[in-house]
Write a protein that binds this ligand. Structure first.
Ligand code: PEP
Ligand code: MG
Length: 651
């Protein structure tokens, strides 16, 4: 056993994301690892236990390791604790934390509504004014129908719990129209649901003859109460995350369905008791005018997410469920933290005037919405959206997307408990194409690998999943998975604007084999009499091999889309999740920029167009260089579109 003490330099201490990150680092080692703070020891592989230690920046902690790889493990954790910003993920966390802090509304005099009898004060969660009909989300408290099970039922009950947990814990979508910050929060919640201590306590309870739902509710409540008792406001706010995860698990175990938040179809002010970030992620954001919660605080994850999406929010509002149910209209002032219940005509007029003023402030960018951006010397650039599902279509259209440059179909596969059928896929692809017609919609074929499991495909454990059986490599080996997707795409191509691109191409043979499979699918569909149409086929350029053979590849495809996220990783031989080498993971690096330029030159020689669909496409500093190189399409998350259009017009 070895141990060493150190002063923690993690900004704001071990809150959710750093704790989740540290637990992930710890889990990579076989030895046992403990963190001791103020005399209390916690399993370093449990993010929940780490959070409960309440470690602050500047605290002295002891790291203890015991096992074969103890010295490497100790060194790695010490390095993280003392220099979290040496790594990319930590740097991102730092940025997110600053964004959070900066965006927390401070009560502003001008924005405050005169306090009347129908005015309730809460906590300012996210700036802005909203008014609208109320959508109440107040699910009945979950009650376990039984407490104790028979000894003989234990194995089946354990299986039932594990199954529910497995279905629940899906990695958050890579780019489901949510910001990187939302993704980090959701990943942290997934980590809670996978936490050794949380899950371990439930499993122990079931083994002790507890009913799975009853034990889950009990463990969740004890843990939530422990968080609530903490001195730190941020940590107290984590109780609602634990309750949110617990509620979802327990409802499934009880065979109950929580009200479906994804079905909100009228623009509304969403009213809830304590909405977890998990629940909020299911909400169709475009339909939410504002958010009011009786629980929560400015540091709630739900507040952070509301700020990210620019949704005015007031939290911690002291109203009972009955009072909330009695409200038909709410006006909320997210700057002052006030809610007006059933506002009178004068209050409504003032709220609407404020909303108008706020909208005008955004108008400077909004004027770019329907504009096709053209550089001053006359080069038109397509600015299109990266999407993960149909639920983001509206946001993308409202953000001014001129089509879709990357539809990540893997999300469709990851969200299901089994592989989506050809019919299910054809419906989604067709609806996506119709939503943007006549603008083009580029659908990417399945890009999954050993790091992202999908129900229905057996992935082997791999030493290097990013260099392994992923993307087109897996698809070509598994035609029974790939062909239904290609057939669905050919069927959706009837809409007329569908293009298809293939990820992770590293040799010409892969393109040819994809083409053969497409031709085979076309023949089958024709023979069956199923209507279909051909589509343009392009490839993603994200491996150095593809760059170095770009001339040969360009001769066989209709377009290139450069995936700078992976291209940077592979050109620089830099795993972007590895904190130690994060300074090498830079798209601006001359090596990566040269790779992009070589790709553009090959495209120009072959007379095909080239776009960029990695994060770099939205980089305002790089956009002029990309345009200069000959890129004619930039695909990005909807939130970045307006600023990118403006930037192009300035070139
Ligand atoms: C990329 O690699 O740049 C890309 C857009 O694909 P993904 O991020 O989905 O791997
Ligand atoms: Mg990629």
């Amino acid at each position: 056993m070895i141990e060493s003490s150190i002063v923690v330099r993690v900004h704001e201490g071990l809150h959710t994301r750093p704790a989740a990150h540290m637990a992930k680092l710890a889990k990579a080692f076989d030895c046992s690892l403990e963190l001791v703070c103020r005399g209390v020891a916690a399993n370093a592989k449990s993010s929940v236990k780490l959070m409960l230690l309440g470690v602050k920046e500047g605290d002295e902690v002891l790291v203890r390791a015991e096992g074969q790889d103890e010295s490497n493990a100790l060194e790695r954790l010490m390095q993280y604790l003392v220099d979290p910003r040496s790594g990319l993920e930590e740097a991102k966390e730092g940025t997110a934390a600053q964004v959070d802090a900066g965006a927390v509304p401070t009560p502003s005099q001008g924005a405050a509504e005169a306090v009347g009898g129908n005015c309730v004060e809460g906590v300012a969660g996210s700036k802005g004014t909203a008014i609208g009909p109320v959508h109440v989300y107040l699910p009945q408290p979950l009650v376990a129908t039984r407490q104790v099970i028979e000894e003989a039922e234990i194995p089946a009950e354990l299986d039932r719990f594990r199954q529910v947990l497995m279905n629940f814990v899906r990695p958050p979508a890579d780019d489901a129209g949510v910001s990187a910050q939302d993704r980090a929060i959701l990943q942290a919640l997934v980590d809670v649901a996978q936490d050794e201590e949380y899950v371990g306590a439930i499993i122990r309870g079931i083994k002790g003859r507890g009913d799975a739902a009853a034990v889950t509710l009990r463990v969740g409540e004890v843990l939530a109460a422990t968080f609530e008792a903490m001195a730190d406001a941020y940590m107290r706010a984590r109780a609602e995350d634990i309750r949110g995860v617990t509620r979802q698990l327990a409802a499934t175990l009880l065979g109950q369905k929580l009200p479906d938040l994804s079905r909100i179809d009228t623009p509304s002010v969403l009213v809830a008791a304590d909405l977890s970030a998990w629940e909020f992620a299911q909400v169709p954001i475009a339909k939410i005018l504002g958010l009011v919660c009786t629980g929560g605080s400015a540091t709630s994850h739900v507040a952070i997410m509301a700020r990210t999406h620019g949704i005015p929010a007031v939290l911690g509002v002291p109203l009972s469920a009955d009072e909330l149910r009695a409200a038909h209209t709410l006006a909320i002032d997210g700057d002052a933290g006030r809610v007006l219940l059933n506002p009178d005509a004068g209050q409504q007029a003032r709220a609407r005037a404020r909303i108008e003023a706020q909208m005008k402030a955004k108008a400077a960018l909004a004027e770019y919405r329907d504009l096709q951006p053209v550089t001053r010397d006359g080069r038109a650039i397509e600015v299109v959206a990266n999407l993960g599902g149909l639920n983001e279509v509206e946001i993308a259209r409202e953000a001014g997307a001129m089509g879709v440059g990357l539809f990540r179909t893997e999300l469709l596969f990851m969200q299901q408990r089994s592989l989506p059928t050809e019919d299910e896929q054809a419906t989604v692809y067709r609806q996506m194409a119709e939503a943007f017609h006549p603008y083009p919609v580029i659908i990417r074929t399945l890009d999954i690998g050993g790091d992202k499991p999908v129900a229905g495909i057996d992935f082997p454990r791999e030493e290097n999943p990013f260099l392994g059986w992923r993307g087109v490599r897996m698809c070509l080996d598994r035609p029974e998975v790939f062909k239904p997707q290609l057939r669905a795409l050919l069927r959706a191509a009837l809409v007329g604007n569908v293009r298809v691109m293939v990820p992770m191409i590293s040799e010409l043979g892969e393109v040819r084999r994809v083409r053969e499979l497409v031709a085979e699918c076309e023949r089958e569909l024709q023979a069956e009499g199923t209507p279909s149409a051909p589509f343009e086929l392009g490839i993603m350029i994200e491996t150095p091999a593809a760059v170095l053979q770009a001339d040969a590849l360009a001769a066989e495809v209709s377009f290139f889309s450069i995936g700078t996220n992976d291209l940077t990783q592979y050109v620089m031989a830099t795993d972007r999740a590895n904190a130690r080498i994060a300074s090498l993971y830079r798209v601006e690096h001359p090596a990566v920029m040269t790779a992009i330029e070589m790709t553009c030159q090959a495209a120009r020689r072959a007379g095909i167009w080239v776009g960029i669909c990695g994060e770099a496409a939205a980089n305002l500093d790089l956009i002029p260089r990309f345009v200069e190189m000959g890129v004619t399409e930039l695909s990005m998350s909807p939130a970045s579109i307006l600023a990118a259009k403006k930037r192009i017009c300035q070139i």
